[in-house]
Design a binder for this molecule. Structure first.
Ligand code: E4P
Length: 218
């Protein structure tokens, strides 16, 4: 399973990259706004800066919601760097745009996915990645992980090549469960990735090893 970090913070992207396990980055308009990145030129420059830190797929989301504007915006985003993946919302014009991008060699990430039916449409349109939002499904008292498993099953039966990118990850257990359910990629806040490290028996064991070494070696 690939690991993406889900942030527009250059500091967090660098920290995740330094771990040596990072395969890419996802952003969205809320994450860009949170970092105070506004205005087209600054937004484009920020994506370029991310591409210079991480040699992997970088999702950059369109703001337009009509087909023609999505195509124009997506072409501009894709021209920033070969690793840019154009993130397109799961709406009617979005599906049309994904089909066009696919036919024209531009890779896409279909975002805001909450059902298996949407997942089938995105795969038919040729999306490179599909982003089901696990955490937001859990928030309304459904099971986000069931959705990942259902989509993974459908894609395997049908032979779809779209990669399942588990998004809206909120904690380390989400990452483990998404891996179990068949996600190809997890995009995670840095805190959830670092949370995977934690186990009290590791800390106790290491303290014991170091204490025994000290006792034996002075
Ligand atoms: C990433 O592609 C998504 O935009 C992101 O994971 C959404 O996460 P949230 O539901 O925590 O905002």
């Amino acid at each position: 399973m690939k690991f993406f970090v889900d942030t527009a913070s250059l500091d967090q992207i660098r920290e995740a990259q330094d771990l040596g396990i990072l395969d890419g980055v996802t952003t969205n308009p809320s994450l860009m706004a949170k970092e105070g990145i506004t205005g087209e030129d600054n937004i484009m420059a920020h994506y370029k800066a991310i591409c210079e830190i991480v040699d992997g797929d970088i999702s950059a989301e369109v703001i337009s919601t009509d087909y023609e504007s999505m195509i124009k915006e997506g072409e501009k985003l894709a021209a920033i760097h070969e690793n840019i993946v154009v993130k397109v919302p799961m709406i009617k014009d979005g599906i049309k745009a994904i089909s066009w991008f696919t036919k024209n060699g531009i890779r896409t990430n279909c975002t805001l996915v909450f059902s298996a039916g949407q997942a089938i449409l995105a795969a038919k349109a040729g999306a490179t990645y599909l982003s089901p939002f696990i955490g937001r499904v859990d928030d309304i008292n459904w099971d986000g992980m069931d959705l990942i498993a259902q989509i993974a099953n459908i894609y395997a039966i049908q032979g779809f090549s779209t990669e399942i990118l588990a998004a809206s990850i909120r904690n380390p257990l989400h990452i483990v469960k998404a891996a179990e359910a068949g996600a190809d990629v997890c995009t995670c806040p840095l805190s959830a990735i670092l949370g995977l490290l934690k186990h009290p028996l590791t800390d106790i064991g290491l303290a014991q090893f170091l204490a025994d070494h000290k006792k034996a070696n002075g």
